[in-house]
Design a protein around this ligand. Structure first.
Ligand SMILES: O=P(O)(O)OC[C@H]1O[C@](O)(COP(=O)(O)O)[C@@H](O)[C@@H]1O
Ligand SMILES: [Mg+2]
Ligand SMILES: [Mg+2]
Length: 387
């Protein structure tokens, strides 16, 4: 051991604190300690798929998440911490952990006969398993937000499970192009201070937290509910000048606070990590916006429909929130391409409805709220000047 020994009194109080924390955790969780394994085998998942196939897919994601959590948690100590420098299908630099996480997910799913094929952010073409064995298709972003790794900000894995629409031994890639409302299951892992796996099915949204003492994902959030209203927004404000007018109107009016048209003071958060924003909104509400903007790479939006927007939208809706493009429900979009991008707005239903209202106002030629004489936010001042 390095450094001077701690005084005995300090050691004793640390030991007491550890014991009392362990006692609280044990008492509070002893009543219904449900592991991901048990949940995957339990009546909720069996009622959706009595064959056990869906349970197998969920268990495979559980295993992949534990492995990826280990790699992410090792930070700079991980063998894969040095840049790979390759470009993925989106033309973005692949981090070694992107590649490794993709391998981990594919390896876990390859062992599950229920999965016929996988679309991944890291693969230009889907991975089709031999004989197109099972009834399920998976779309996955193995490691979302990986540009945050160097600065130790939470990242995650996002996934969507679809039922095959074809019956042949060959998977037709158009089978992936289903509207998100047809997802059987979707979820995401958040590798943060705690590793959390959020899972949604038609039966609702639940979350599991990794118990590091046993290596087991334990259900900690049996009924996730997004509060209907909240006064917190998340958006990358540095893109303000590229935003479409309704988004500028909406954020401008939020910034006007209590005296403005929205009638309340707002707080802002931007982690630049979709999974972290989604989990925050699942637990305390708010609204997230990544609109389409006028920059060349983001005219159709920044986030990918099949493995970012759809699974997050499904989780949020199953938890009672809403997800929209600003003009309509995300889960009703019929995809046209595997790596298609989309504008994404999700969160508390009141806030998402408000964003849609701003889009409708502009579409109907209604005078934007922020330009009304009593709220002269734009033209006279920008978001950060002259306030
Ligand atoms: O850096 P920006 O433009 O603020 O974008 C942040 C967004 O991009 C993401 O990091 C996704 O990017 P990747 O899929 O390339 O990792 C989201 O998690 C986050 O919401
Ligand atoms: Mg991503
Ligand atoms: Mg990724």
């Amino acid at each position: 051991m390095h450094g001077p020994p701690r005084p005995r009194r300090v050691e004793r109080s640390w030991a007491l604190m550890r014991e009392s924390v362990a006692g609280v955790v044990e008492r509070s969780s002893a009543a219904a300690r449900v592991s991901l394994e048990q949940y995957a085998d339990g009546h909720v998942i069996r009622s959706l798929d009595p064959s056990g196939d869906l349970g197998d897919v969920i268990r495979a994601f559980g295993e992949a998440v534990l492995r990826i959590a280990d790699h992410v948690g090792a930070g700079r100590l991980a063998a894969a911490a040095v840049d790979a420098g390759e470009l993925n299908v989106q033309g973005e630099v692949q981090k070694p952990l992107d590649v490794l996480s993709n391998d981990v997910v594919l390896t876990a799913l390859r062992d599950v006969p229920a999965v016929a094929a996988v679309v991944s952010e890291e693969l230009a073409q889907p991975q089709v398993f031999p004989d197109a064995r099972g009834p399920y298709l998976v779309a996955v972003d193995p490691l979302d937000g990986s540009s945050n790794l160097d600065v130790n900000i939470p990242v995650g894995t996002i996934f969507s499970v679809l039922r095959r629409t074809g019956t042949g031994a060959e998977v037709d890639l158009t089978e992936f192009l289903q509207p998100g409302r047809d997802q059987v299951c979707a979820g995401f892992a958040l590798y943060g201070p705690a590793t959390v796996l959020v899972l949604a099915t038609a039966a609702g949204a639940v979350a599991f937290t990794l118990d590091r003492t046993t290596g087991v994902l334990v259900r900690t959030h049996p009924h996730l509910r997004v509060p209907e209203s909240a006064s917190e927004f998340a958006v990358n404000v540095s893109n303000e000048r590229f935003w479409p007018a309704p988004v500028r109107d909406f954020i401008s009016d939020c910034l006007a606070g209590r005296a403005g048209p929205r009638g309340q003071d707002y707080n802002m958060r931007w982690v630049a990590s979709l999974v972290a924003e989604a989990f925050r909104i699942l637990t305390r509400g708010g609204v997230f916006l990544y609109p389409a903007d006028s920059r060349s790479g983001t005219r159709a939006g920044r986030l990918r429909l099949l493995y970012e927007c759809n699974p997050i939208a499904f989780v949020i809706e199953q938890a009672g929130g809403c997800a929209s493009t600003g003009r309509g429900r995300v889960l009703d979009i019929s995809p046209t391409a595997l790596h298609q991008r989309l504008p994404l707005v999700f969160g508390s239903s009141d806030e998402v409805a408000a964003v849609e209202g701003y889009h409708l106002d502009r579409a109907c030629g209604v005078r934007p709220r922020s330009a009304r004489p009593e709220f002269p936010l734009f033209n006279t001042r920008t978001l950060f000047r002259g306030r």
